[in-house]
Design a binder for this molecule. Sequence first.
Ligand code: AHR
Length: 491
Amino acid sequence: MKKASVSLNFKSRISDIDNRIYGSFIEHLGRAVYEGIYQPGNRNSDSDGFRTDVLELVKKLNVPIVRYPGGNFVSGYNWEDGVGPKDKRPVKLDLAWFTTETNEFGMQEFDAWLKKAGAEMMMAVNLGTRGPDEARNLLEYANFPGGTYWSDLRKAHGHEKPYGIRTWCLGNEMDGPWQMGHKTAYEYARTATETARLMKWIDPSIELVACGSSNFNMPTFGEWEHTVLREAYELIDYVSMHEYYSNDYDDTPSFLAENIGMDRFIKAVVAICDMVKAEKKTDKTINISFDEWNVWYHSKSSDKLVGLWGRAPHRLEDVYNFEDALLVGGLLITLLKNSDRVKIACLAQLVNVIAPIMSNDEKAWAQTIFYPFLHASSFGRGTALNVDVQCDTYDCRKYKGVPFVDSVAVRNDEKRELTVFILNRSLDDDVTVSMDFSENVKPIEHIYMSEYGLKDVNTAEKADVVPSSKELKADSVVLDKASWNVLRYNY
Ligand code: AHR
């Protein structure tokens, strides 16, 4: 048994949390849209063709915002193909995922689905094969009240009121050579700036996310952000970050420390934002939209066998195990620790494609990673607080001095609830933690996920990896080895 101590000062504030940090992502990819959220004729679907069993799970996660329609897909997408009468919509090839896109589902259907899910849309515009003109037309269609060609077309399509989409992504991963319309940093910076200018002229209330690097290891990382920010600083509000984590080498101590890598990446992007802020001598601060994050690697070999041009193929269908859930908990801790600058984050993705929720023709179910996200989204709203953790550390292949115990807390003054999220990375030892709070607390419960095999998974047939709850004391807690813990108190 190891020992650790946690000391928590209610006044040690990181930031008020923007609820959009619990966002997610639906791309026209694999079975995310078709057979995922939309499957007309299925016995679990409603009259709009939306899977109600999937919706129930999405509602549990309480995602406030969902990014759409891509991802790589958006860089070849003509948004006009997905609006208006369905029988007039064209069937086209999607060169991002080498599938056939029927366009039966577009922004009208997504908006109707979001209303049922209780979330808002985060819309991406195509800056790959298209540019400022199509982006401004889409914004006019979506947000302008009426009396113009595009806004009246929206009305003719049965949507009298503007959609009022407030958060927009200026393309997707434009630094990536795999991207349709891939650009150099300067090419993208200019296109994004001119697109942003037109969009803010039409609707100054919108918020814009410019593409940062596709991941920390991109050869252009740093210079890319610097170039984009120098051009677009005055017109944008966020720079995007994307990162996926994997345990390719079956090295769990390194894998469970990957949120340290996420933390370094965030701090590096924040430093570049603030460098440009200093260069420009401005008061304006650019924040982070970490709009793609998750574990992604389980499906990579089976995806190589997927044929060309299918409709809704099984692609990126990672089956998540218990250690993935532990890391997702750790990644959520890191996002909350950086909530002073990370204002939007999207778990990528939501259904069937690298997702917490899976479906087949019969049912929908929760993967292991569903649960830490559920806990953070349910109990992690309010003010993020620093937690001072004293504990042993370990060295691994990728990182040195990794603390066995990682933690952040959230204070909710409305509910008078305090939640401490704690990951125990030790694969061998339980840890007894002495807890010291600056104010009196009354324990509610200790939710935990532990005692599973690291490779245990949930499937359609069996929900093996689920959280449990037990009693909690105010002054100490035992964290099982390899465990995700949610300590809930009143104050
Ligand atoms: O989420 C899957 C893909 O990962 C997205 O389409 C792309 O943006 C990223 O590379």
